[in-house]
Design a protein around this ligand. Structure first.
Ligand code: PRP
Length: 219
């Protein structure tokens, strides 16, 4: 009988460097040099395990559809995905483990010294539109959400928006553009996730990977 295939979706960039030692702890190593290669699909030391390299925002999509059985995604992406899923009944993802890597915060921010709590209706630029809708609705603030795909910091500077919702790590990007952090929405880190159907059908394989990674993840 052929062994069950397992596909894991990872994110390119700085998170990948921190992810590889965790996979190694689970005895999963890509055959090619995943950090320098332009390939997007990698075989591993296990013939039945493959790694995919995706944009962060696409990991939840591949895992939700079961095209990837497991994935590593930022909590920000998971929150956005969950908020999106609130519109449908399909909640196809389990969050298995906080990997405690790529830690940062999801925050509102705006021009330094120009915070106004008195605005009746505000304009907010962000790529996290679902989180934003939910956040301002809960606060009872009327917000017009403008979707951007990057360089959110420019929106208040150029007068496109009153504030932004974005990831803040060191705060240097905000500072360099004359902005300051305002409210914290959530603490973010990378999470190990799995497709719900895969979790049933490939339970032993997934469980064994989780149990090998768990001890090396700082609590
Ligand atoms: C993120 C975020 C900010 C920056 C914050 O962008 O969108 O621009 O990092 O980091 P800092 O607080 O340390 O300055 P990233 O570099 O991940 O690129 P992206 O916006 O394309 O995802």
């Amino acid at each position: 009988m052929t062994q069950t295939q397992l596909t894991i979706a990872l994110t390119k960039g700085r998170i990948l460097k921190e992810t590889l030692p965790l996979l190694k702890a689970a005895d999963i190593e890509p055959i090619d040099d995943i950090l320098s290669s332009r390939k997007l699909l990698f075989e591993t030391n296990h013939p039945h395990i493959r790694l995919m390299i995706l944009r962060g925002s696409d990991v939840t999509t591949y895992v939700r559809f079961g095209t990837a059985d497991m994935g590593i995604a930022g909590k920000d992406m998971l929150m956005e995905h969950l908020a999106e899923d609130n519109h449908s009944k399909d909640k196809g993802i389990y969050e298995l483990l906080d990997l405690n890597i790529a830690k940062c915060r999801l925050m509102t921010a705006g021009l330094k010294g120009q915070r106004s709590d008195g605005l009746k209706r505000i304009r907010v630029a962000t790529k996290f539109t679902e989180i934003a809708e939910q956040y301002y609705a809960e606060k009872g603030v009327q917000a017009e959400i403008i979707k951007l795909y990057g360089a959110m910091e420019l929106a208040p500077v150029m007068g496109l928006a009153d504030e932004i919702i974005d990831i803040v790590d060191t705060g240097n990007t905000l500072k360099a553009n004359g902005l300051e952090p305002w409210d914290s929405i959530a603490d973010i880190s990378s999470r190990l996730i799995a497709n719900k159907a895969s979790m049933k059908m490939k339970h032993e394989m997934i469980k064994s990977i989780v149990e090998k990674i768990r001890p090396v993840v700082a609590g």
